[in-house]
Design a protein around this ligand. Sequence first.
Ligand code: MG
Length: 115
Amino acid sequence: MANTNDPLRDLIRSTLDFYGRFGWQPLTNDAIRVFEEEVREVTEAAQDGNDKNHIAEEAADVIVTLIGVCQASGVEPEQLIQQLYAVIAKNDAKNHDTHVYTDGKIRRRFPKSTP
Ligand SMILES: [Mg+2]
């Protein structure tokens, strides 16, 4: 299928087409097991830190297998895409007035107000 010029949609479509070509049966626990294997691989590659291409390759595997977890869990591709774009919008809206970097994490500067 032709690309859409939307990398997120193209990646999800390509991944699901790939799984479909192999008759992948979306079982959540299998998808999670494969995802966790890939998380372990990227973690090891990042901790080693020497081979940047290997880290990137393993990171891509994590993303692809996470799409599999979503598929197996019944998340519609468009639902995932919408959430990804929501994260982009939220990240773009964060600034030093709203968030602070501390203890290795970017955190909300002020706790959410409760109604
Ligand atoms: Mg891998």
